[in-house]
Design a protein around this ligand. Sequence first.
Ligand SMILES: [Zn+2]
Length: 181
Amino acid sequence: MPSVISHAAVAVAAGIAFAPRDVPNLFWTLSVACSIIPDADVIGFSFGIPYDHFLGHRGFFHSPFFGLLMSIFLVGIFFRDMEIFSRQWFFYFIFFFLLSASHGILDAFTNGGLGIALLSPFDNTRYFFPWTPIMVSPIGIDAFFSKWGLSVIKSELLWIWLPSFLMVIISRVIRVVAAGH
Ligand SMILES: [Zn+2]
């Protein structure tokens, strides 16, 4: 995984870039949750679930399909008063889905560990993209505060934080230009 903080940074940047101004605070909490929840699957290690298992780390819970289920669940629970299929409803649904899916997709750009089950539950093959510039983050806090951790931070700043920041800037410019016409 890129570290949890970087996944959350993507969520916040995407929210700033694409969310309407009047979203409730809950929106931000759920966005961050969507971006990091897939990594809760590391708990499986303590229960003896092997890494390459369907439910193992980077398995089903890292798939866009799980992201879809999570989005349906979150919108169904937290925005149940909202008119279904309204513009706002679609925004939340698609946004939460894409953020949840962004987790596994970002992980597939990392250079270590096992690949990501991007097509789960239909196919449990673990995938990486052909280009993996992001240094994989160690699992566990101790290893993170090491030289390895430092190069992880450097690579995440370059490949995750910088593009996220650019996404915010570009969206701002587009909004300002659009508002001026
Ligand atoms: Zn992950």
